[in-house]
Design a protein around this ligand. Structure first.
Ligand SMILES: CC(C)(COP(=O)(O)OP(=O)(O)OC[C@H]1O[C@@H](n2cnc3c(N)ncnc32)[C@H](O)[C@@H]1OP(=O)(O)O)[C@@H](O)C(=O)NCCC(=O)NCCS
Length: 346
């Protein structure tokens, strides 16, 4: 059953504006610039959160661990008690509804600071729960199977578990995936996940995309075991069949932006390495963005965002596998890891 909040008393979240919300949530100015501009559908209801029993059932379907389910249920937002957070929830929910099926411009949703407490850290989970009926309907209208629909949405469970592992805190961090998954833009198809990019009108100098064409971002979730080449091929084939049947744009290339695209890995890993075999599917490489944080986070579940990783942190990391040794040896020698974008034709 959905719970309709009683918003008849003061303070009313609708009286707030973005500056006041950012002030109350300890956010730097302009963190929420994506929210005030959302078109609010006239006459439409605001977010309706499922009651605890329904929310628990849905969270389980969304692959959320029992521990994260309980912390989410204990962090239910309330429009009166948490008016600034409710303002964000209301706008993010409407952004998903208005943008259903449209690749979002810009990045993901910013982390809400720890000062916003458990309710703040779980707010996006509740946004997802409120938007769930709409994205499910969108999937069904696009003839997306139940299996693919739930597998895609279950990325929420992985994001929660991963954020907890890295930070020691329950709840979500900044999330690139949530606005894409819960607006029907990103899909898990076998080993990998894919999200549609906007067509590229403005950049005729794009390395592979002509004006009006677009790319599919390829993501390699930590879940799903090794990066077996057959599983990758199957996943790419699924994407080749899935997207053109359902979406209007002309997809011309797969693009993967990741630390796994850093060709320096080739100096450390054997030729038989799945990562290298995956990397070598891509033919054109662009960008080079400092990203020591990425292997630290994805392989060691440790967070460090400075420019020189301290020796004490490196000393603390396990060295059991070729990849673990590669990451640490490289950093110890004063070199860095980079995110790169690889492209290959669709
Ligand atoms: C991508 C991934 C599935 C590849 O695993 P894989 O198929 O085993 O990769 P490779 O065959 O290239 O492995 C080469 C070596 O690295 C090791 N290795 C690979 N992934 C590892 C991981 N997550 N942790 C520790 N060691 C790992 C392998 O065990 C192997 O070493 P070994 O021969 O000493 O046993 C895995 O690294 C992973 O899950 N990474 C996290 C997800 C990620 O980073 N996604 C990209 C986000 S931008």
């Amino acid at each position: 059953m959905a719970v309709c909040p009683d918003t008849s008393q003061e303070p009313d979240f609708r009286d707030l504006d973005v500056n006041e919300v950012e002030r109350q949530l300890y956010l730097p100015p302009n963190t929420l610039t994506w929210l005030p501009s959302v078109d609010l559908p006239v006459g439409s209801a605001g977010p309706m959160l499922p009651d605890d029993a329904k929310a628990a059932e849905l969270l389980e379907r969304l692959g959320v661990d029992p521990v994260d389910r309980s912390t989410t249920l204990a962090a239910r937002p309330d429009p009166l008690e948490h008016s600034a957070l409710w303002w964000v929830l209301d706008r993010a929910y409407r952004a998903l509804r208005v943008g259903m099926g449209v690749p979002p411009a810009g990045g993901g949703w910013p982390a809400l600071p720890v000062e916003t407490g458990s309710v703040g850290r779980h707010l996006y989970v509740w946004v997802g729960l409120a938007a769930l009926p709409y994205v499910r309907r969108y999937h069904s209208d696009r003839d997306v199977s139940d299996e693919i629909s739930w597998a895609s949405l279950a990325t929420l469970g992985e994001e929660l578990a991963s954020a907890r592992r890295v930070t020691g805190l329950a709840g979500l961090e900044a999330t690139w995936g949530m606005p894409r998954i819960f607006s029907g833009v990103s899909y898990r198809l076998g080993r990998m996940a894919f999200d549609r990019q906007r067509p590229s009108p403005e950049s005729p100098e794009h390395p592979v995309l002509a004006v009006g064409q677009c790319g599919l971002n390829v993501h390699i979730p930590g879940s799903g075991g090794r990066l077996d080449p057959h599983a990758c091929e199957d996943s790419l084939d699924q994407a080749r069949a899935f997207f053109p049947q359902r979406f209007p744009e002309q997809v011309a290339a797969f693009g993967c932006h990741s630390w796994l695209m850093d060709d320096q890995l080739g100096a450390y890993l054997p030729e038989s390495s799945n990562i290298l075999r995956f990397q070598r599917r891509f033919t054109t490489f662009v960008d080079r963005e400092l990203a020591d944080w990425a292997p630290l986070e994805h392989i060691f579940h440790r967070r460090y965002e400075g420019t020189v990783v301290p020796a004490l942190l490196l000393d603390d990391l396990p060295q059991q596998t070729a990849l673990q040794r590669a990451i640490v040896t490289h950093l110890r020698s004063g070199r860095h890891w980079y995110n790169r974008t690889g492209w290959m034709t669709f």
